[in-house]
Design a protein around this ligand. Structure first.
Ligand SMILES: [Zn+2]
Ligand SMILES: [Zn+2]
Length: 352
C-alpha cells in the first residue's frame, strides 16, 4: 500500500509498504479521508514529536474510513462498517484513569499513520475510542472528531458562563473550532447549555480565516497585525475590564502571556496551544493573586469528548465544513504541508 512516512524535518516520503494485518483485538481501517492538522504541521516542521513519535514514522492522526479487516475476538465491528478512530486511548486502569482524568494517563496509546491507504487500529483504541459514523455524515466531517474532541474538552474546563465575553487568540482550525462551539452555545454541560451563547472575540492574522470565524459565529474579529496592542483592544471592548474567559490557541509562549494580559479579574485563561519543549512564560504575581486568575492547561481529549464531538458534528448545527478548505490525493500531501505553512489552506482532506 501507499503510505506517507516522516523521516525528519520537512522530509516526508511516500513509500510502498506492506498492508497491515490485524492482531487479536485490532481493526484495520481502509482510510477514505484523513484530515491535516496544525499538530501535523508542527511535527513536519520540527521533524518529530517528543511524546508521540520515533522516526521514521507513519504520519497523520485524523481519519475516517471503513473496516477492512478485524482481528480475532473483535465482535463489535464487521468488514464494511464506516468508522472514525480517535488517535489515542487511555489504559483505563492507572492512577489517573481511576480518577477519570483520562488525558493524563501516562500509558496513552497513540496511533499515527492516517496518511496511508490502510491504518491499524490498536486494541485500546478499538475498545475505547472507535466509533461508527452516522449515515448522513461525510467522511471529511467525521475525520474532524479528534480535534473537535480536544476543543470540547478545552471548553468544558474553561468555566464559561452564559453570555460571557470570550477572547480566542489564534485563527487556526483549533481556534476556529473553539469559536464555532462556543458561539453555538456548547458549554461544560454540553450543547445548548450556554444560553445566551457567549460573545466570542477572535484575534488572528489572516483576514480569510477571520471571515470563516465570523461565519462560524464570532461576534467580532480582529487582525492582530492591524492592532497596536491586543489586551488594550480587548479592554476597550469589555468595559475596561478584560475578557471573562481567554482561550489561547497558537502555542506561542509570547501569546500565552498576551492571553493572560487580556483577562479580567476573576477570569479563566485556557492556555490550550502546546508550546515548543522547555519554553517558559512570565506571570505577574500581583495580577495572578489580586485578580484571582485561573490559569488552566488543557491537553488532548477523553473518550467522553470523542463521543460528544462526533454527536455535535452529526447534529449539523455547526457549519464545520467551512474548516476543510481543500481535497487532495495522497500524492499531494507534501504540497499540502507547504501550503499550510504559507497559511493559504486551513485543513486539507487527503483521500488516499
Ligand atoms: Zn489533530
Ligand atoms: Zn491510564
Amino acid at each position: 500500500m501507499l503510505a506517507a512516512l516522516l523521516y525528519g524535518q520537512e522530509d516526508l516520503r511516500l513509500e510502498q509498504i506492506a498492508e497491515p494485518t490485524p492482531a487479536a483485538g485490532e481493526v484495520i481501517m481502509q482510510v477514505t479521508t484523513a484530515t491535516t492538522c496544525g499538530t501535523d504541521l508542527k511535527v513536519w516542521r520540527r521533524g518529530g514529536h517528543a511524546k508521540m513519535l520515533t522516526l521514521p514514522t507513519p504520519f497523520g492522526h485524523e481519519a475516517a474510513g471503513i473496516v477492512a479487516a478485524v482481528g480475532d475476538g473483535v465482535t463489535a465491528w464487521q468488514v464494511g462498517d464506516r468508522i472514525v478512530a480517535n488517535n489515542s486511548a487511555p489504559c483505563g486502569t492507572c492512577f489517573f484513569c481511576q480518577r477519570q482524568e483520562y488525558s493524563l494517563c501516562p500509558h496513552l496509546c497513540f496511533n499515527n499513520g492516517t496518511f496511508a491507504q490502510y491504518l491499524r487500529i490498536p486494541t485500546p483504541i478499538v475498545q475505547h475510542n472507535l466509533l461508527s459514523i452516522p449515515q448522513d455524515l461525510t467522511d471529511a466531517l467525521a475525520a474532524m472528531t479528534e480535534p473537535l474532541a480536544c476543543v470540547l474538552h478545552g471548553i468544558a474546563r474553561s468555566q464559561v458562563k452564559p453570555g460571557d465575553r470570550v477572547v480566542v487568540l489564534g485563527d487556526g482550525a483549533i481556534g476556529l473550532m473553539f469559536v464555532a462551539a462556543l458561539a453555538h452555545g456548547y458549554g461544560a454541560g454540553g450543547m445548548g447549555t450556554l444560553e445566551p451563547a457567549p460573545e466570542v472575540l477572535l484575534f488572528g492574522g489572516r483576514d480569510a480565516r477571520l471571515r470563516i470565524g465570523e461565519a462560524l459565529g464570532a461576534a467580532k474579529t480582529f487582525n492582530y497585525r492591524q492592532i497596536n496592542d491586543v489586551p488594550t483592544q480587548v479592554k476597550s471592548l469589555t468595559d475596561g475590564w478584560g475578557a471573562d474567559v481567554v482561550i489561547e490557541a497558537t502555542g506561542i509562549p509570547a501569546v500565552w502571556e498576551r492571553a493572560i494580559a487580556c483577562a479580567r479579574p476573576g477570569a479563566t485563561v485556557n492556555l490550550f496551544g502546546g508550546c515548543p519543549r522547555d519554553t517558559t512564560i512570565t506571570v505577574n504575581t500581583d495580577q495572578l493573586h489580586y485578580s484571582e486568575l485561573t490559569l488552566k492547561g488543557v491537553f488532548h481529549n477523553t473518550p467522553y469528548f470523542v463521543r460528544e464531538a462526533l454527536a455535535l458534528i452529526a447534529s449539523h448545527r455547526v457549519p464545520l465544513e467551512l474548516l476543510v478548505s481543500d481535497r487532495r490525493p495522497l500524492k499531494d500531501l507534501e504540497q499540502a504541508f507547504w501550503d499550510m505553512g504559507d497559511r493559504t489552506v486551513l485543513k486539507v482532506a487527503i483521500q488516499p
